[in-house]
Design a protein around this ligand. Structure first.
Ligand code: UFG
Length: 328
């Protein structure tokens, strides 16, 4: 049986494909390559196309014996989602609907879903548990929550079993150095910090230093992308063992401020990273830290790279070897 990975040429998707291949799974990848990179797919059968294209998806499901889907394909820029909500509803929500319809048509009953801490919005308590209120503060988070809810109703009505994994801040790169983080435009902290270290940018803008945190900059929970990938494999196993549909946070439970990340990057790279303080970025909560106890106890997830140095070292190896990202 094969695992279908939608968005398998994206950042977290490609790292998950690498782990699936490493444990000998048959892997089928669907990616439009709009934001993904062909060379980030280290193996498996890649089908280039859009998940909103039903005939295309039917062709893929018809060609392979798929027993589980890992669904990453989505737009994921918070700022852009506030400029263009329709783009996000169309690809994320409509795209997922088409995928679920085709899964139903082919009798595929297991899906692991790439969700986000953005489903919670501004947290009332830290660390955030899965029982916390979901109240997204941006369209991106709202579409991801809507996608989770669609799956819940497909479960109620058609016994589709899903695991929604709500990530906190994914960072780092694969230990092989072959794949890493390359977004266009890049908006994420760790790659921007390392591009600044490489001299690709003049400086890193710190968005606000007047938050109610120790150094005044926002605190996030950074988790290594390969630890995230491992959790997807465990979620596939859980569903293959007839686990019930559920939602899990994936984070380290540790918070690092923006300045902590920059200072760690300076230590790891041995370079000084020019920093300027700018206005707050709209919609940034001061502190986002996960409780990932549920994923640990139910899925048996054991993050192995829970340390900011390890995360930045792995990302640095990727950025040094690929200063211009994937060149295709
Ligand atoms: N930051 C800067 N300067 C930059 C880029 C980021 O100061 O140039 C700060 C941000 O303001 C934030 C922190 O660094 O405080 C982390 O920012 P990222 O953009 O790397 O990540 P976010 O926490 O904003 O977003 C991540 C995911 C989103 C998800 C969100 C909430 O990338 O997909 O967490 O879970 F929606």
């Amino acid at each position: 049986m094969a695992v279908l990975v939608t968005g398998g040429a994206g950042y977290i998707g490609s790292h998950t494909v690498a782990e699936l291949l490493a444990r000998g799974e048959e892997v089928v990848i669907v990616d439009s390559l709009e934001t993904g990179h062909r060379t980030s797919v280290l193996g498996g059968a890649l089908h280039v196309g859009d998940i909103r294209d039903k005939a295309f998806l039917e062709g893929v499901f018809g060609q392979h014996d798929i027993d589980a889907v890992i669904h990453f394909a989505a737009y994921s820029l918070v700022g852009e989602s506030m400029q263009n909500p329709a783009k996000y509803y169309d690809n994320n929500v409509h795209g997922t609907l088409v995928l679920l319809q085709v899964m139903q048509q082919f009798g595929v009953k297991r899906i692991v879903f790439s969700s986000t801490a953005a489903t919670y919005g501004e947290p009332e308590r830290t660390p955030i548990e899965e029982t916390a209120k979901t109240n997204p503060t941006n369209v991106y988070g709202e579409t991801k929550l809507t996608m989770e809810r669609m799956m819940r109703w497909f479960d109620e009505t058609h016994s589709l079993k899903y695991v929604a994994l709500r990530y906190f801040n994914a960072a780092g790169a694969h230990e092989s150095g072959l794949i890493g983080e390359d977004h266009c435009p890049e908006t994420h902290l760790v790659p921007i910090v390392l591009q600044t270290a490489l001299g690709k940018r003049d400086e890193i803008a710190v968005f606000g230093n007047d938050y109610p945190t120790e150094d005044g900059t926002c605190i996030r929970d950074y988790i290594h992308v390969s630890d995230l990938a491992d959790a997807h494999l465990l979620a596939v196993d859980y569903l293959r063992q007839d686990g019930e549909s559920d939602v899990f946070n994936l984070g380290s439970g540790n918070g690092f401020s923006v300045l902590d990340v920059i200072h760690t990057a300076e230590r790891v790279t041995g370079l000084s990273i020019p920093t300027v303080i700018r206005e707050r970025r709209a919609g940034d909560p001061a502190v986002l830290i996960a409780s990932a106890d549920k994923a640990k106890s139910i899925l048996g997830w054991k993050p192995k790279r829970e340390n900011m140095e390890i995360i930045i070292q792995s990302a640095w190896r990727w950025h040094q070897a690929h200063p211009n990202g994937y060149v295709e």
